[in-house]
Design a protein around this ligand. Structure first.
Ligand code: NAI
Length: 483
C-alpha cells in the first residue's frame, strides 16, 4: 500500500525521519510517496502551500502522513493545515489523550487514569475564516454550523465510541448562548444518539466541561465538539497527559484522511535533533490501525510505552535529573524494545488485515442536503448599517423607509437591544443591526427586501444583510439581548 508523506517544516523532517525509521525497522508494509507541501512551497509561489503534483498524489492515494507545517505570516495566505483538512473534507479530527507511564503529570502522580478521545469538527465554525470589517471599528466573523456537517461528524463519533466500548459520549457546546448554531449541533447529537441506545450520551456546557476535565478527567471517555471549542478543549486535554509532545491527531474523511501531530513546527528547537517524536509516532500508529496494520501498530506502540516506562526521554519531558536522549536515540531505543511488553496499557497484537483501499474517483463534488425544505418563508430582514447617531435618530429615519410591507421592530448594537427600549448605559459602536419584519406576518419575497435596501441606502451605508426565515413555526434567527 502506498501513502503520501509530507515531512513538514521546522522539526517536521527530524521527527518524520525518526518515525519512518521505526516503521522501516518494524517492516511496516507501506510505500511512501514524498510530496511537496509546507512553507518552502509557499515561498516557491504556490499560494495554497502545495504543488499541483502533491495535490494530485494525495487525491489518488487517499492517505497523507504529514509533519507540522508553518504558515507564512503577514502574506495573506491561509494555513496549509486548515486548507488541507477543509479541501479534502476530513470532517472528523480525532485526538486520543491517554496516560503514558513515564510521562509524569499531576494525574499520573495521583493515580488517576486518563483515556479521553476528543472528536472535533474539522471543517466548519469560524474556521471558514469568513471575516469582514463592517466599519473601520467593527469586525465580523461568520460561524457556519450545518446540519449535514454536524451529522457526518457526530455519526463518526458515535461509531468510534461503540468500537472503543466507551462508557460515555459527551457533547461539549455553548447552546445556552448560541442557541441557533450550537443549538443545531446539540440537536444533531441527540438525533444520532437515538441510533445508539446502548451508549450513555450526555452534554455539558463547554466552560463547565473545561472545569470538569481538569478536576475529574477520568469521568470522560469520548467528547465531541464543534471546531473552535474542540481545538481549545483538545489542547487542554493534551496538557492533562503531559503536553503537546504526546498528542496525536487523525483527520478522517470519507475519501481522504490525514494523520499528523497536534503540535507545530517548534522553530525554537528545529534543526537540533532534540524534538520529541512521540506525538507523530502515535499519529502514525493510529494511521497503521486505520489501514488494518494492527500487528505493526501494536508492536510499535508497546515498544514506545515500554521505552517511556524505562525512563528514556527527550529534553521536553521526564525526569530532569536523568540525562535526556536526542530524537535519533529515542527512535533507536524504541526499535531496540520491539517485542517487549509494557507493564500497563499493553496493546493486544492482532494480525494485520490490510484493507485494499477502494479505488475512488469523484466525478463531482458531493452535495449534502439532509432534509426537504418545508414551509419556508421570509418574514423580515436584518440590515447591518453604519451610523454614529443615537438609536432614536436612527429609528426615526428607518421608519420612513418601512413603507407598506415592513415595520421596524428592533435596533440593536453589538447584539444588545437599544430601541425601542434600552439603556443609556449601553456603550455603542458605529454599527447597528436594524430589524424589519413584515406587516401583519405577510410572507415577503426578495424583491420586497431589495426595495427596502435601495430605500434605506439613501440614508445609510448598509454593511451586510440577513434574511429572517421561518420554517413552519421554527424561527431561523436569534432575538437581540433584551428583545
Ligand atoms: P509549537 O507546537 O510549534 O510549539 C510550542 C512549544 O512546544 C514550543 O516551545 C516547542 O518547542 C514545543 N514543542 C512542540 N512540539 C514539540 C516536540 N515534538 N518536541 C519538543 N517540544 C515541542 O507551536 P507554535 O510555536 O505556536 O507554532 C509554530 C508554528 O507551527 C507556527 O507557524 C504554526 O502555524 C505552526 N503549527 C502547525 C501545526 C500543524 O502543522 N498541524 C499545528 C500548530 C502550529
Amino acid at each position: 500500500m502506498k501513502i503520501a508523506v509530507a515531512k513538514g517544516d521546522g522539526i517536521g523532517p527530524e521527527i518524520m525521519e525518526a518515525v519512518l525509521k521505526i516503521f522501516e525497522a518494524n517492516r511496516v508494509p507501506l510505500e511512501y510517496e514524498f510530496v511537496e507541501m509546507g512553507k518552502w512551497v509557499f515561498d516557491k509561489g504556490y499560494n495554497n502551500g502545495m504543488t499541483p503534483e502533491a495535490k494530485q498524489t494525495i487525491e489518488t492515494l487517499g492517505l497523507l502522513f504529514k509533519g507540522p507545517m508553518e504558515t507564512p505570516k503577514g502574506k495573506g495566505v491561509k494555513s496549509i493545515n486548515v486548507t488541507a483538512r477543509k479541501t479534502w473534507n476530513t470532517y472528523a479530527n480525532e485526538r486520543v489523550f491517554q496516560t503514558l507511564h513515564g510521562v509524569e503529570t499531576v494525574f499520573s502522580k495521583a493515580g488517576i487514569p486518563i483515556n479521553i478521545t476528543v472528536v472535533r469538527e474539522n471543517i466548519e465554525d469560524t474556521y471558514g475564516g469568513i471575516e469582514h470589517m463592517l466599519t473601520h471599528d467593527v469586525a465580523l466573523s461568520r460561524r457556519f454550523i450545518t446540519r449535514p456537517g454536524s451529522l457526518q461528524l457526530i455519526h463518526y463519533a458515535f461509531e468510534l465510541a461503540k468500537q472503543k466500548n466507551a462508557r460515555r459520549i459527551t457533547c461539549g457546546h455553548k447552546a445556552n448562548i448560541m442557541k441557533i448554531t450550537d443549538g443545531l449541533f446539540l440537536e444533531c447529537f441527540y438525533e444520532v444518539a437515538k441510533e445508539y441506545p446502548q451508549l450513555k450520551a450526555d452534554d455539558v456546557i463547554v466552560d463547565d466541561l473545561c472545569m470538569k476535565l481538569v478536576t475529574r478527567p477520568d469521568l470522560f471517555d469520548v467528547v465531541v465538539l464543534t471546531n473552535l471549542q474542540g481545538d481549545i478543549v483538545s489542547d487542554l486535554c493534551a496538557g492533562l497527559v503531559g503536553g503537546l509532545g504526546f498528542a496525536p491527531s487523525a483527520n478522517i474523511g470519507d475519501h481522504i484522511s490525514i494523520f499528523e501531530a497536534v503540535h507545530g513546527t517548534a522553530p525554537d528547537i528545529a534543526g537540533k535533533n532534540i524534538a520529541n517524536p512521540t506525538a507523530l509516532l502515535l499519529s502514525g500508529i493510529s494511521m497503521l490501525r486505520h489501514v488494518g496494520l494492527t500487528e505493526n501498530a501494536a508492536i510499535i506502540e508497546n515498544a514506545l510505552l515500554y521505552t517511556l516506562e524505562t525512563g528514556v526521554h527527550t529534553g521536553d519531558f521526564g525526569d530532569k535529573t536523568k540525562p535526556s536522549v536526542n530524537t535519533t536515540q529515542f527512535a533507536e531505543a524504541i526499535i531496540s524494545n520491539f517485542g517487549k511488553q509494557p507493564q500497563s496499557n499493553a496493546k493486544k497484537v492482532i494480525p494485520n488485515m490490510p484493507g485494499t483501499p477502494a479505488p475512488f474517483k469523484l466525478e463531482k463534488n458531493p452535495m449534502m442536503i439532509s432534509k426537504e425544505i418545508v414551509n419556508e418563508k421570509i418574514v423580515g430582514v436584518d440590515l447591518f448599517i453604519e451610523s454614529g447617531e443615537q438609536p432614536d435618530a436612527i429609528a426615526q429615519k428607518c421608519q420612513r423607509h418601512a413603507g407598506v410591507k415592513f415595520k421596524l421592530v428592533n435596533i440593536s448594537n453589538r447584539g444588545t437591544q437599544v430601541w425601542p427600549t434600552g439603556s443609556v448605559y449601553t456603550n455603542l459602536v458605529n454599527q447597528y443591526n436594524v430589524r424589519f419584519e413584515s406587516l401583519d406576518d405577510e410572507e415577503l419575497n426578495q424583491h420586497d427586501v431589495i426595495g427596502l435596501y435601495v430605500s434605506m441606502s439613501g440614508n445609510f451605508k448598509i454593511c451586510s444583510l440577513e434574511l429572517l426565515n421561518m420554517w413552519g413555526d421554527k424561527r431561523g434567527y436569534s432575538l437581540a439581548q433584551g428583545q
